[in-house]
Design a protein around this ligand. Sequence first.
Ligand SMILES: C[S@@+](CC[C@H](N)C(=O)[O-])C[C@H]1O[C@@H](n2cnc3c(N)ncnc32)[C@H](O)[C@@H]1O
Length: 281
Amino acid sequence: MSHFSKTQYNSISASYDSVNDLPISRAIVVNVERLIRPHIRGARVLELACGTGFFTRHILDWGAASVVGVDVSQAMVDIAEADTAKHVEYAGKYRFMVADCSAPFSASDEGTEGGGGGGGGGFDLVFAAWLLNYAQDQATMGTMFRNIANHLNPGGRFISVLPHPEDDPMVCISQVNAQRKLGYGYGIEVRKALPEIKDGYYVHLFFDTVPPVDFGNYYLPKNVHETAARQGGMKGALTWEPVSLPDDYDEINRYMKDPVPRGYFDRWLQYPDFGILVIEK
Ligand SMILES: C[S@@+](CC[C@H](N)C(=O)[O-])C[C@H]1O[C@@H](n2cnc3c(N)ncnc32)[C@H](O)[C@@H]1O
């Protein structure tokens, strides 16, 4: 049983984009764009845990043919739909749906994205920012990966943003809490060590945003992700990609809501709070 409601985002949906406005959240976009660009042109993309559609719109801007966004929270999906519909350039290229990605589901639809013909799941790429950290154990994460593998065409890839990978996530938790004192934007409270997983934690995140936002999730060791991926049917090359930023702050500031001063990310770059996992089917 989960330690928090699966639909906890229903109550914070209206405030959630203040998290996406933080400079460290915008640093994710820089990295995702670098990794996704070579694979995105004309791609049919499935985005899991799409939230308010922040990345959905970026993925369309970067050249995807279509995106299906999936989230367990109806309120987050409602915002994603409303915000994406404001842009005429996206018309006919996206669809959102409510589903729990930790249980078997199907996002395939003949109309929008190819519908799974030819022995594949109909999608060239699956993207997920902050989904895997909602698995409380390896079996649940394995089901998430099974959904990913089932939706991907042969040769497709999964690109995922998740907490900075560690053998013991307590290292990541301590680093994030140290960075909070430097003003980077959030802290992590450990609520419980998970009895079934060595070095796995149920945690609560507190964001220093206006308005403040907080929610629960799980920090599991790096090897759990690797084993769960294989169990779920993702058998191809698996890489933990390095996180980086351009040296040029004019370039960095193109991604920021408000410009940050030169050197802003220096301390953060010593320990970026997120990691990126890429796995081929
Ligand atoms: C931290 S938010 C990130 C949203 C979005 N990816 C972004 O980066 O802006 C995590 C999202 O995961 C969704 N989520 C959590 N557990 C999920 C599950 N089992 N299936 C689908 N979505 C889930 C939440 O509802 C929430 O919208």
